[in-house]
Design a protein around this ligand. Structure first.
Ligand code: FAD
Length: 400
């Protein structure tokens, strides 16, 4: 196992770095590194910039318009983007539904949907979770009944999805729906692509503790979906759903983001004072930062080992769960120290975090930290909560 980067990989890193440095607008970088809210246009602009360079779908093979990068190149790309303060790619189209369409969609579906995903012409959201069906996703109840009428073969969908991230921006939603209520839970589910403009769809915002509108409820009332929007075979949706979750967890360790955030933490701690000295010189605070850096280094080595295995065609398996747990714990620990460093200045978090104007209530860098701290609590819940990841490790890795 070789954990060092080859000269070709180093050259690739330089290429990505130069591109991002040239193309990422300073105003967007400023928002990202200060955890200020990004608009739909911010995300679309960056996605289009990457698309124009041929990097719109970093994990996509060449035959579907991607760069054909291997796992190491994707890792380097994500690390460089994070270090430069580029927005993270919204995963729902690029990393979730696109791989499913490539693997299980018809050639017509591939032609129809994939180009609009990498070019950000269409925004996708994920309709998996329902009230009462999150970790136990196979219990989902949203119902789709197939029928044939003068307008053709179709499904009529009724039910509710929840926690739909950025669904307010979405043109399309990919949904798990129950098509056979008699079958065993996992067997009666299908995977449908639904146009968000379809009559009968209502999107209701859920405002989270940080004051943000990031998640939504999506209601379906007699929504008509043409049968041509079914992925693969009816009642086989669980297979496609699990395939998608495997992709959802790739690059989940967030090493690049954590490296950037530790640098930010050090900058803040070097400015904040304790007993007349920079907080960074306080031995207890410095030790906490050092511990996170040690954990991050260990995680990086684990991640590189997984990448090395992948390069040798070994599937990552439950190792992805380890990366998720540790990566999200580290990201959350950094936000805890950031908030501790600025103390009460993290409190006025709502309106203040939407702008970064320096006001009467503390230093500029503190404006977004309270909201950011609250928002990062989600990391250990979505994409399969950390408790569930621990179950996976205990069953599949430790054989308990
Ligand atoms: C901010 C945010 C954004 C999200 N975005 C989306 C989205 O865009 N699309 C989408 O479909 N979903 C989304 N989700 C939903 C997310 O996937 C679920 O919240 C997650 O799967 C957990 O399900 P739950 O909330 O129903 O919690 P529950 O399953 O009710 O779990 C509650 C607690 O019990 C624990 N628990 C449950 N079962 C077990 C078990 N067997 N063993 C041990 N512990 C257990 C859980 O880990 C958790 O701590 C999002 C969630 C959040 C918070």
């Amino acid at each position: 196992m070789d954990l060092t980067f080859t000269p070709e990989e180093q050259a690739f890193r330089e290429e990505v770095r130069a591109f991002v440095r040239e193309k990422l607008p300073a105003s967007l970088r400023h928002k990202v590194v200060n955890s200020l809210r990004l608009t739909r246009d911010d995300h679309v602009m960056w996605q289009r910039t990457l698309h124009e360079r041929g990097w719109g779908g970093p994990g996509w093979p060449k035959e579907h318009g991607g760069p054909g990068w291997n796992a190491v190149q994707q890792y380097i790309f994500e690390e460089e983007c994070a270090a430069a303060g580029a927005p993270r790619l919204i995963p729902f189209g690029i990393k979730m539904v696109a791989p499913v369409i490539m693997a299980f969609g018809s050639p017509e579906q591939q032609k129809r949907f994939l180009p609009d995903i990498s070019s950000a012409r269409k925004w996708w959201c994920q309709g998996y979770s329902e009230p009462g069906s999150g970790s136990d996703l196979a219990s989902l109840k949203t119902r789709a009944v197939r029928g044939l009428d003068k307008d053709g073969d179709h499904f009529i969908v009724n039910g509710q999805k929840t926690w739909t991230t950025l669904g307010q921006h979405a043109d399309w939603i990919f949904c798990l729906v129950r098509t056979d209520p008699q079958a065993k839970a996992q067997r009666g589910i299908s995977f449908l692509l639904i146009d968000m403009k379809s009559p009968g769809i209502t999107v209701r915002p859920i405002i989270t503790l940080d004051g943000a509108h990031e998640v939504n409820e999506v209601w379906f009332e007699n929504v008509r979906v043409p049968a041509e929007n079914l992925i693969g075979e009816e009642n086989k949706g669980w297979t496609y759903a699990k395939f998608l979750l495997g992709h959802e967890r790739s690059n989940i360790a967030g090493i690049g983001i954590s490296k950037r955030e530790i640098e930010r933490l050090k900058r803040v701690a070097a400015t904040e004072q304790k007993n007349g000295k920079p907080l960074l010189e306080d031995p207890l605070f410095a030790a906490k930062i050092a511990q996170i850096e040690i954990d991050l280094l260990a995680l990086e080595m684990t991640n590189l080992r997984v990448l090395s295995d992948e390069a040798n065609e070994k599937a990552p398996g439950p190792a992805a769960s380890i990366l998720k747990i540790k990566g999200t714990e580290i990201q959350q620990a950094i936000t805890e120290l950031l908030v501790a460093a600025v103390g009460p200045y993290a409190l006025p978090y709502k309106a203040e975090s939407e702008s970064d104007e320096e006001g009467d209530i503390g230093p500029r860098y503190a404006a977004g930290l309270g909201a950011h701290y609250c928002n990062m609590r989600k990391l250990s819940i979505f994409g399969g909560s950390n408790e569930i990841q621990k179950n996976i490790i205990s069953q599949q890795l430790l054989g308990l």
